[in-house]
Design a protein around this ligand. Structure first.
Ligand code: CAA
Length: 258
């Protein structure tokens, strides 16, 4: 399937999405978001895809929602269309593990899209920010919520209230990104990480993802119970039996992803 604003390809067991609107620093226009949602639908349906990587260009992961497209919209336009909800929530709703490989600017909706992924790896050139206040609006795709959960109130308030950018090293120190790597090795590292995840049992990886995400939605007691029940449910999987049997037989497991 070919798209106008992104490139979607399957490499081994990894679905790779490259945002591809270079003239606008990958600004997330409606058409790009629709392409992204369609590509994620296709990857979710493709059994061979067991992890997904999303990236941009060296200069910009994405410089935010498309400001030029928003200039003439009024309140009723965005309220009626529930702007930001449609399409934009597709990444966070993805059931397969997702990795954002960020180089250059990840601003506004770009930072929010990256934060909707399960793991973020940053090139040493990456710059994160929620600059919406500088254009008279506020983050609308999760910036005030996911950034605060990731880096805490003090830094999230400072970033959202001033629009200042955070570099890759600060982002790693603050817990926003899992790892910083030299820009030239960003894609190698992201693909290696995705392939590693894809080598494990797909249903188990999905259960890990669901359980970690519950930590943000539930009380500790509810989360622990959810985790325990998911742990129990792995005993219904062929891959759990194979994984433990292989350990006992001192060999590599052959997961069937069932
Ligand atoms: N929307 C639309 N077009 C954008 C854009 C955006 N978010 N960001 C950059 N572009 C366009 C520029 O208009 C420019 O186009 P032209 O060549 O046609 O003029 C092109 O991309 C290159 O950009 P610059 O010339 O500005 O590049 P730069 O290197 O000088 O600056 C930048 C880079 C600092 C990222 C700057 O482009 C910038 O500040 N962009 C806007 C960032 C921003 O405010 N993002 C938040 C958007 S609102 C939002 O995202 C809401 C939400 O929560 C969902």
């Amino acid at each position: 399937m070919t798209y106008e604003n992104i490139i979607a390809e399957v490499k081994g067991n990894v679905g790779l999405i490259t945002l591809n609107r270079p003239k606008a620093l990958n600004a997330l226009c409606d058409a790009l978001i629709a392409d992204l949602a369609a590509a994620l639908d296709a990857f979710e349906d493709d059994e061979s895809v067991r992890a997904i990587v999303i990236t941009g260009s060296e200069k910009a992961f994405a410089a935010g929602a498309d400001i030029k497209e928003m200039i003439d919209r009024d309140y009723m336009d965005v309220y009626k269309a529930d702007f930001i909800t449609k399409g934009w929530t597709r990444m966070a709703a993805c059931r397969k593990p997702t990795i954002a490989a960020v180089s250059g600017f990840a601003l506004g909706g770009g930072c929010e899209l990256a934060m909707s992924c399960d793991i973020m790896i940053a090139a040493d050139t990456a710059k994160f920010g929620q600059p919406e206040i500088t254009i008279g609006t506020i983050p609308g795709a999760g910036g005030t919520q996911r950034l605060t959960r990731a880096i805490g109130k003090a830094k999230a308030m400072e970033m959202c209230l001033t629009g200042r950018m955070m570099d890759a090293q600060e982002a790693e120190r603050s817990g926003l990104v899992a790892r910083v790597v030299p820009v030239d090795s960003l894609m190698d590292e992201a693909m290696k990480l995705a392939e590693k995840i894809a080598s494990f049992s797909a249903p188990v990886a999905m259960k890990v993802k669901e359980s970690v995400n519950k930590a943000f939605e539930m009380t500790l007691a509810e989360g622990l119970m959810f985790e325990r029940r998911e742990f129990h449910s792995t005993f219904a999987l062929e891959d759990r039996a194979e994984g433990m049997k292989a350990f006992g037989e001192k060999r590599k497991p052959e997961f069937k992803h069932r």
